[in-house]
Design a protein around this ligand. Sequence first.
Ligand SMILES: [Zn+2]
Length: 86
Amino acid sequence: MTVRQKYYAAVVSWFGAGMVLLVLSLEITPWFVVPLVILMIIFGSYTMSLKCWRCGHPVLRGRPGDFWYVQAWIPAQCVSCGAQLK
Ligand SMILES: [Zn+2]
């Protein structure tokens, strides 16, 4: 499974589970917001951990040194080594 497929699978599962928890929190009890926040933390941690196949640079991060720069989508090429990200 490529890094892009892992990312899309995570986005789709996050969106599906997030919508279910959102509806449950609106219709049943607001306490369903707690697992919704936990799901967002897990999703964010997982996607931030996806790495380039060649150099191991996290694909959602900017160039090495730009610590706070995070992008929402995987670029076509790794910003660190220039490898094609499939
Ligand atoms: Zn790389």
